[in-house]
Ligand binder design. Structure first.
Ligand SMILES: NC(=O)c1ccc[n+]([C@@H]2O[C@H](COP(=O)([O-])OP(=O)(O)OC[C@H]3O[C@@H](n4cnc5c(N)ncnc54)[C@H](O)[C@@H]3O)[C@@H](O)[C@H]2O)c1
Length: 391
């Protein structure tokens, strides 16, 4: 386990807290004090402050990267050279170029790789994905994903060099991959229109952004991110299809609400801003945010010698979309998503599925009116005339 910060902690909790055959053998941290304490807290047999030595240990099969974004590429290089499997947190790279270099490294070395995108694995998301696959909401036309909170918890996130960007690179990557899963990973993202600005914080990177991604089958993905949202961690998704819709609220409203006048003086949930008053705790953060399901998929895939649901290739595609977002913010126009290595479908599917009403009409819509009459809006096939019928 490389890193003992927020994500190193969550990842370790998942692996170490469970009665499974997988365990953290060794933890790396910059300081001896932190490494020792972390190892003791989580019952980890070995700790080190030497990154290279951590990776080289013969006892380990897999390296988990939970360190700042600017370190991912170098570590992937070290771990691939050592022949270890690699799980890397999001974002894979700061740019598509970095992400592609990482993808090439693991593929050339022939080592197992997984992209730790937990939000693609939340129980709600997995259920929604199954439902969509079964056709319950028809053809997906629009997927929307929002992540907003009051800003990250460590200095390096706020430094554009180390992080590679602001809210887009930090949390836009989640939204992009969630919506990509809903629309279909086989469908090529074509172009992007993105607005971003620094509205609140004294930083060079963006603290708020909205992006629109056009896919080859006509579907649209929309993401909204903020580092200046007040009130906790807001993670919501919405998917619209021709036959239905799904809404997901992952964090602020999960069904548990409580009021406390005094608080309990303890950690309640990630990015929760208050400890008294009305609170919205999360019963089990690791499950709610998909961490457990993600690690199960990663370890199972590794055992079965196949790719997990989220691999470095997915991380690379997310980076290509984010690169296009940053170009669009500058140019204020649609920018193409430049994918040097596209492995999905090259098909451009038809935009419309037209519903027949009868031999001479298409059905546009039907609606039951408040007075009990039913209205049909039809289009005449030959003349193209639009008419309504009351039945
Ligand atoms: N849901 C998620 O998937 C999720 C959530 C948070 C963070 N992350 C990702 O995890 C990574 C780490 O984020 P975090 O939230 O744990 O950050 P953090 O600041 O909480 O922890 C970072 C760790 O890296 C160490 N570190 C910092 N600079 C270092 C350096 N130069 N050399 C060696 N160690 C260094 C710190 O001491 C700390 O242990 C980032 O890539 C971030 O994007 C993912």
């Amino acid at each position: 386990m490389l890193g003992t910060g927020l994500i190193g902690n969550f990842y370790t909790m998942c692996i170490q807290d469970k009665r499974t055959q997988d365990y953290v053998h060794s933890v790396y941290s910059r300081t001896e004090e932190r490494a020792k304490k972390f190892a003791a807290d989580w019952n980890i047999p070995h700790w080190t402050t030497d990154l290279e030595a951590a990776i080289q240990q013969p006892e380990i099969d897999l390296v988990v990267i939970g360190l700042p974004n600017d370190m991912h590429l170098d570590i992937v290089e070290m771990a691939a050279r050592a022949g270890k499997g690699i799980l890397c947190t999001k974002p894979l790279g700061r740019t598509a170029q970095e992400a592609k270099a990482m993808l090439d490294l693991v593929e050339k070395a022939g080592v197992f790789h997984g992209y730790l995108e937990d939000l693609a694995y939340t129980p709600k998301t997995l259920k929604a994905l199954r439902t969509i696959k079964n056709g319950a909401i028809g053809r997906i036309t629009w997927a929307r994903s929002r992540e907003a909170h009051p800003g990250p918890h460590s200095d390096w996130f706020w430094d554009i060099e180390q992080a590679g960007g602001g809210a887009i690179i930090d949390i836009g990557c989640h939204c992009i991959e969630i919506t990509r899963n809903f629309i279909g990973k086989d469908v090529r993202p074509l172009e992007v229109m993105c607005w971003a600005d620094t509205l609140v914080k004294p930083i060079d990177a963006e603290d708020n952004a909205i992006g629109i991604i056009k896919y080859a089958n006509g579907a649209i993905a929309q993401f909204e991110v903020s580092w200046s949202y007040r009130g906790g961690l807001d993670i919501r998704d919405e998917v619209d299809g021709t036959e239905g819709t799904i809404r997901l609220d992952h964090f602020l409203r999960t069904g548990m609400e409580m009021f406390t006048a005094v608080g309990e003086g303890d950690y309640m949930a990630e990015k929760m801003e208050s400890s008294t008053g009305w609170l919205f705790p999360v019963g089990d953060e690791l499950n709610t945010l998909g961490y457990n399901h993600m690690f199960a998929d990663m370890f199972n895939a590794m055992d079965d010698n196949k790719l997990p649901m989220e691999s470095f290739y997915d991380g690379y595609i997310v980076n290509t979309i984010m690169d296009a977002c940053y170009r669009s913010v500058k140019s204020r126009t649609w920018e193409p998503v430049e994918i040097e290595d596209w492995r999905g479908s090259s098909e451009l599917k038809g935009k419309f599925q037209i519903k027949e009403y009868d031999a001479s009409h298409y059905l546009i819509k039907e609606e039951l009116l408040p007075d009990g009459r039913k209205k049909l809006i039809l289009k005449h096939k030959q003349s193209g005339r639009i008419l309504e019928q009351v039945v």
